[in-house]
Write a protein that binds this ligand. Structure first.
Ligand SMILES: Cc1cc2nc3c(=O)[nH]c(=O)nc-3n(C[C@H](O)[C@H](O)[C@H](O)COP(=O)(O)OP(=O)(O)OC[C@H]3O[C@@H](n4cnc5c(N)ncnc54)[C@H](O)[C@@H]3O)c2cc1C
Length: 368
């Protein structure tokens, strides 16, 4: 068991402890009290918070450094958030896992090779240390940290001595984009991701176009939700969703039944995706039209039938925002909440870079 401790000077520690506990309880922490000491259990880590006359004494214990850092960060960030603005609490941890370190879910990847899958899909093979946490099919996507082009030495986010995340200065700060792990072999320390090369290339697509052996990026995660068991699978995606569809198809049992519809430009963008014999794959071609400008996936969805007494369904869909909105509304209206499940996600938005797209999604979720 690893352990770390801090004593944070606060004029009114009780007024910080209460909202901190309320907030962590909303994030599935278990909070109890034992002889006046507050105990917080979160993701395998345990924290003891003791109110002193003008300070909060905190001891964190965890079985591994990842859980230890996560609990330290949860406490430190909420102490800073809930303390009066003019108090600026000073936090210094002593014990295990102190000192600047990369976040526990962060890995530095080095480009090992580049492979052309189709004219607009490039696979980048990377090498990285300690990749086991990413080798799972429950959470398929990662956040990539792409350093500015031409920077001699990439700068990464670090956990500071206060347990909080410190980002590099703006001119060195990596840009963050979400991608899906296409292949991973943690025993061999390798991981591969497939990048769509698109017009109006943002940092993600531009990195894939220029990547060469020895380039470095950061990877954090993984995140997302995995496959749900169902009697019928329906996957809808444009090319950005192909890596996830491919991984889910690889995971399905040989008896699985269902339909997959994938929008690409033309036949040259189709890929061979191994799949169970009971699953059909239909490629939809938009031809010369811009990606995300035709309602091909929406039309397919509208034609699909969902019999009231039919098999249970798992619908997975990922594509441009306009199609996402329509298909998500349709899924909510047409699927049976007691039998069916769905995950419909907006992977990108026409004319909008990821920062703005992600902010809009967050605002929409908050409103909902
Ligand atoms: C969970 C998740 C997993 C994802 N997995 C993958 C993956 O494995 N592979 C992959 O290629 N993408 C994937 N995406 C989509 C990818 O994150 C976005 O396409 C992202 O916008 C690309 O970043 P960028 O820096 O290239 O462009 P941005 O800087 O975000 O955008 C610049 C411009 O390019 C346009 N644009 C962005 N993406 C596309 C596109 N695909 N086609 C045409 N125009 C586009 C934008 O509308 C904008 O005008 C995933 C997204 C999510 C949310």
């Amino acid at each position: 068991m690893l352990a770390t401790r801090t004593q944070i000077a606060l004029a009114y520690p009780q007024s910080v402890l209460r909202p901190l506990c309320e907030h962590l309880a909303e994030h599935e922490a278990v909070i109890t009290e034992e002889e006046g000491v507050t105990l917080i259990l979160l993701d395998g880590a345990k924290a003891r918070l003791d109110l002193l006359p003008a300070a909060l004494d905190v001891v964190v214990e965890a079985p591994d450094v990842s859980a230890l850092q996560a609990m330290k960060r949860a406490i430190a960030s909420h102490v800073v958030e809930f303390a009066p603005k003019d108090e600026a609490p000073q936090i210094r941890w002593s014990g295990d896992g102190t000192g600047p370190a990369l976040p526990p879910d962060f890995r530095v990847l080095t480009v090992a090779g580049v492979e052309t899958i189709t004219p607009h899909m490039r696979r980048i093979h990377f090498r990285g240390e300690n990749l086991a946490r990413f080798e799972q099919t429950e959470a398929l996507h990662v956040r990539l940290f792409i350093p500015p082009e031409g920077l001699a030495e990439p700068a990464w986010p670090m956990i500071g001595e206060d347990g909080l995340l410190v980002m590099p200065p703006p001119e060195e700060r990596p840009v963050v984009r979400k991608y899906t792990i296409r292949k991973i072999d943690s025993a061999a320390s390798t991981v591969a991701l497939d990048f769509v090369l698109h017009e109006d290339a943002g940092p993600g697509s531009a990195f894939a176009m220029r990547a060469k052996a020895g380039d470095r990026i950061g990877m954090a995660g993984p995140g997302g939700r995995g496959l749900k068991p169902a009697e019928r699978y329906v996957f809808l995606a444009d090319e950005t969703g192909i890596p996830a569809v491919a991984r889910m198809l690889e995971k399905l049992s040989a008896e699985a039944l269902g339909e997959v519809f994938i929008e690409v430009a033309d036949a040259s963008e189709e890929q061979r995706l191994p799949h169970p014999p009971g699953i059909s794959i239909t490629w939809l071609h938009r031809g010369e039209a811009e990606p995300g400008s035709l309602p091909l996936l929406q039309d397919v969805f509208a034609r699909l039938e969902w019999p009231a007494d039919g098999p249970s369904v798992y619908l997975w869909a990922a594509m441009e925002h306009a199609a996402f909105r329509e298909i998500r509304a349709g899924a909510r209206a047409k699927l049976r909440p007691e039998r069916d499940q769905h995950l419909v996600v907006s992977y990108w938005r026409r004319g909008v870079a990821e920062e703005e797209h992600a902010a809009a999604k967050k605002a929409e979720m908050a409103k909902a």
